[in-house]
Write a protein that binds this ligand. Sequence first.
Ligand code: ADP
Length: 278
Amino acid sequence: MKFSKELAVPPHKKVRLKDYDTCETLGYETEHEKGDDNDKVDVLMEKTIRRLDDLQYTLYAEGKRSVLIVLQGMDTAGKDGTIRHVMSGASPQSCKVTSFKVPSTRERLHDFLWRIHQATPENGEIMIFNRSHYEDVLVVRVHDLVPKKVWEDRYDEINRFEKYLTENGTTILKFFLHVSKGEQKKRIEARLADPSKHWKLSEADLKEREYWDDYTEAYEAALGKCSTKYAPWFIIPADHKWFRNLAVSKIIVEALEDMDPKYPTPQIDIARMKRLLK
Ligand code: ADP
């Protein structure tokens, strides 16, 4: 079974998020929390992370292509946790993260893709976007930050931009971390109860929660209009953190395996170097 096949949004599909179960695990089960060394899912996760490490190293050595990973989701969906998991098997030399916040005054003086384009990965790199250009059709749409006509045109603009990037050697994978409203409530409660998590909370999270239905509608539009053959969206059931981590890392590994990076042919005379080495 390929995770990417199971979880990809087919191009032009009309997405209704309530049809997607946030607790889905594709038949995988785990006693993960118990910390059993032989737990099948834990073993598979470790294997996947090791494979990711090998593949990203080869991609870096090859130095000709790159991977762009877009992470989106409601507050508490687990963007940070996913990044920590994926990065645990990657070198910071070639696997990087950019977080997109409210645009600065300078960024606002440009088109919405300007800051995004500057953060795209160099050849050999994997770049993870923690939030992305999709905020410009999500928070911007929900809160009417620009006129409708402006955000409406952005779906096509995004598709054209992503096509351009893929034509220039970047593989794009976009993950929507799908949590239920009930699970979000539990996570906010857990954060309130844990002093080490207080820094992650703000009253704005509660305010945004009131817009849950509007965000759902905005996500449905973005997933439906911008899942393309060249830059697919994946809907990741994210109520179970272990499954979210497994699914995202598996899809990245599957994509890297399809890319099949190769070490470059050495430009040196190995035999001669061996002879010369004193
Ligand atoms: P996070 O929630 O990702 O951990 P923050 O709490 O700093 O980080 O939130 C970043 C904020 O920036 C979010 O509220 C997000 O909606 C906002 N943001 C990101 N991009 C844009 C944008 N293009 N326009 C307006 N707001 C944006």
